[in-house]
Unconditional design. Structure first.
Length: 341
């Protein structure tokens, strides 16, 4: 089997590593890849956002499978374009990927489908959003609705911080077009945990729980980042709570997207806040997390290719995931000035 992986991060390196372990895989290409992936795959100098070039390359090479790592190509419709060429793709269609690419859509989706989440309001007018802050005291969370590489959610502990965050997003355009719409929501308190699942459009198969650490500095201080480290399995949900997340979050999401005519095939990621025996969904992601993939995939004993093929073929209910009974840790090394520059 000849496989193309799209992306360049640690997540994609973990995907290449897991695919390389499969006896079904003979050749892996990765676009664009990184300095680590070239030990296991052929790095191809095509950016993950260059949809026409990726489609041309994938079509010319006639890959047996394309695995899309990051959210941006999914939001730009890479899955749709590749499927239109008859290729087998692991990653949701553009319409289903809106559960991540638009926080406003995602929050409305959760509200309409009775999925537990924080109370919120959505704004496109800066003055209206400022007036809302006047009547809703901190702590409060201000989010850019669009994609912001995991940095678009600002937890504000004071009125001044909230006003500054709103100005940053809507006036100073810190996240560009991602800040055209802003979501302001209540600040939830508790422990965050990531629950990821494989999905085939109708069935979900949960993975081991992971917990990433978003604050930039030691001691859980500093601004939110895309994740500074991660471990799995995380002991934050017991069996009953995990089952409730499946029944109240993951399955209803897949069911609703199927009813909407946009079946979800790929990895469904629910970021949860857990407190006092309950949970709320902070956000959805439409792909493996980074760094979560780097601690989840090494623990997966089942052949990743077998799972992916089952997702594409709609027979995930016939697969039983096996997990290694060990622990896995990832630490992120970041450039000076991260997250701002």
């Amino acid at each position: 089997m000849k496989v193309l992986v799209v992306g360049s991060g640690g997540r994609e390196h973990a995907l290449v590593w897991a695919l390389h372990r499969s006896p079904q895989v003979e050749e892996i290409h990765i676009a664009p890849g990184n300095g680590g992936t070239d030990k296991l795959a052929k790095n191809v100098p095509i950016a993950a956002e260059d949809i026409p070039a990726l489609v041309d390359y994938a079509t010319a090479q006639q890959f047996d499978l394309v695995v899309i790592g990051p959210e941006i190509p999914l939001a730009l419709g890479l899955s749709d374009a590749l499927r239109a060429k008859g290729l087998r793709v692991f990653g949701p269609c553009q319409a289903a990927a809106r559960i991540e690419s638009s926080k406003a859509f995602s929050k409305d989706f959760m509200w309409e489908n009775a999925i537990p989440t924080a109370e919120y309001h959505t704004f496109q007018d800066y003055g209206e959003a400022l007036r809302y802050l006047d009547t809703h005291p901190a702590p409060i969370v201000v989010k850019a609705s669009g994609l912001a590489a995991g940095k678009g959610a600002i937890v504000c502990q004071s009125q001044e911080e909230a006003q500054e965050a709103l100005c940053q997003i809507m006036q100073e355009r810190a996240f560009g077009e991602a800040g055209d719409t802003v979501v302001i929501e209540e600040c939830l308190v508790g422990q965050e945990v990531s629950m990821l699942a494989f999905a085939d459009g109708k069935t979900v198969a949960p993975m081991v729980l992971a917990q990433d650490h978003k604050a930039a500095y030691d001691g859980d201080r500093g601004p939110n980042t895309g994740g500074m480290g991660c471990y799995a399995p995380a002991p934050l949900l017991d069996g009953d709570l995990q089952q409730r997340v499946i029944e109240q979050v993951l399955q209803p999401t897949v069911d609703a997207l199927r009813r909407a005519g946009t079946p979800y095939i790929g990895v469904l990621y629910a970021g949860l806040m857990v407190s006092e025996g309950g949970f709320h969904v902070l956000e959805f992601n439409c792909r493996f997390g980074d760094p979560e993939a780097q601690v989840i995939l090494p623990l997966l004993k089942t052949d990743l290719v077998t799972v992916i093929q089952a997702c594409i073929d709609g027979r995930l209910d016939q697969i039983e995931l096996e997990w290694d009974n060990q622990n896995c840790v990832c630490v992120v090394m970041a450039a000076g000035g991260y997250r701002d520059s």
